[in-house]
Design a protein around this ligand. Structure first.
Ligand code: ATP
Ligand code: MG
Length: 408
């Protein structure tokens, strides 16, 4: 549909070049770092559109224009751009020469692609030398659109707005804004390691932090061969889905079974889950160091289950000096489920699988874990040896998006 729109408009004048105007959100606000943000956003847009033939993304006056090649697939371009963090909104647009006659004709053709009862023209000039000021452009182009469409001008609540942006050597016209994913471009906020179960919460937690521009490295703990590899397969599907937002991912698959068996043999039954978690954080921290990641992420939510009381979180946390981000700590389950549904991970997360942590779990886990008990139990374990063994048998799987990348 949009493709036909841009093609119709392009026929009006030979100077017309179809493009997508990208307006960015917070990216524009970052003062000196602005170039870093813009460069990362450009890289991410190019990567997201890699298999669409798009070659050029131009930056100008706090916006970007993605130049569309002759045989672009609009559906694909739109779908991809909607998942690029850092974009506030984008619009199918045309670039035309800086000539009021051309602008007027193209604006009329652009608006002829839509149905509306009321409209306005909104002009912005970055190039003040243009012969007409913004108001004069609004009046002239508005009169032409009105004559053609019969719609009335409404400056406060128009159904459609014809945007005209006049720059140094060209002008850009568009009428329809498509909301973007907002957030910050992935890659501008360093890296973090996310503990990814195949459950509902941790994919959402990863997504929220990714949206702040953080590149995520995933770690999944499994109990194969004691359990099937269903949790591994589900975690892979989740990472594949999340990779659509960060283009390349690594998933560390860490065997936890030996750790669990040792804990089962040597520690008090009600402390098992707390001890599993402490080992998970230790292992994740080692991986974080290797990956130069600056934080860990979990899907924990306060008091959702026994292991997630504040007392337990405190004791679990003590094994690492890295900040542990828990972006869902203040959300209730219903809110998290809604987010998982919207993200598309919910369907994968509710598939049955044996969780490594539901193994050997006591009926009455401790809710106020005591540091002395934990330390006493761990003194009977070869903590360092268990960690070393688990890391030695860890596998790494890589993901790419768009997938064609992986073939290269
Ligand atoms: P989730 O839905 O993310 O599994 P949950 O509410 O089921 O969370 P727990 O199973 O207690 O809670 O896990 C708490 C957090 O510990 C998870 O959100 C995740 O970050 C981490 N975690 C739990 N199990 C695993 C695992 N097998 N691999 C990696 N991380 C895990
Ligand atoms: Mg879980």
């Amino acid at each position: 549909m949009k493709k036909a729109l841009l093609e119709n408009v392009s026929r009006v004048d030979s100077s017309v070049q179809p493009c997508v105007v990208v307006h960015y959100a917070e990216v524009g606000l970052k003062g000196e770092n602005r170039h870093l943000f813009e460069n990362q956003l450009i890289r991410n847009i190019k990567q997201a559109l890699k298999d669409t033939g798009v070659q050029q993304v131009r930056r100008f006056h706090g916006r970007m224009a993605v130049l569309l090649p002759p045989d672009y697939d609009w559906e694909r371009v739109q779908e991809r751009l909607q998942r690029v963090f850092g974009i506030a909104y984008f619009a199918p647009a045309v670039i035309v020469e800086q000539d009021i006659g051309v602008i007027e004709r193209v604006a009329c053709e652009l608006m002829a692609q839509y149905r509306f009862q009321s409209f306005r023209v909104k002009t912005r000039r970055s190039q003040k030398a243009f012969a007409l000021n913004s108001q004069e452009v609004n009046v002239r182009v508005g009169a032409a659109i009105q004559a053609q469409s019969g719609a009335k001008v409404d400056l406060s609540h128009p159904e459609m707005t014809c945007h005209i942006e006049i720059f140094d050597r060209f002008a850009i016209l568009y009428a329809e804004r498509i909301p973007g994913a907002r957030g910050l471009p992935v890659g501008v906020s360093e890296r973090a390691v996310s503990l990814l179960s195949a459950g509902i919460d941790s994919p959402v937690a990863s997504f929220k932090i990714m949206k702040r521009g953080v590149k995520i490295i995933f770690v999944h703990f499994h109990s194969v061969p004691f359990t099937s590899d269903a949790s591994i397969r589900n975690s892979q599907r989740i990472v594949q889905l999340l990779t659509r937002y960060q283009y390349a991912s690594k998933l560390y698959l860490v065997p936890l079974l030996e750790v669990q068996q040792e804990i089962m043999l040597k520690a008090p039954t009600d402390y098992r889950v707390v001890l599993y978690r402490r080992f998970m954080l230790r292992l994740a921290e080692r991986i974080a160091r290797r990956e130069r990641a600056r934080a860990l992420i979990t899907g924990e939510s306060i008091a959702q289950v026994a292991s997630q009381t504040l007392s337990n979180l405190m004791v679990i946390n003590e094994v690492t000096r890295l900040p542990v981000l828990r972006p869902l700590s203040g959300n209730d389950k219903e809110e998290i489920v809604d987010m998982a549904r919207e993200l598309g991970t919910y369907e994968i997360s509710i598939e049955p699988y044996e969780d490594c942590c539901s193994l050997f779990v006591p009926r009455h886990p401790v809710t106020r874990a005591k540091r002395e008990v934990v330390e006493e139990a761990e003194s009977r374990l070869d903590v360092e040896g268990l960690i070393r063994d688990a890391l030695q048998r860890t596998e790494v799987v890589k993901f790419h998006y768009p997938e064609s990348d992986a073939d290269e």
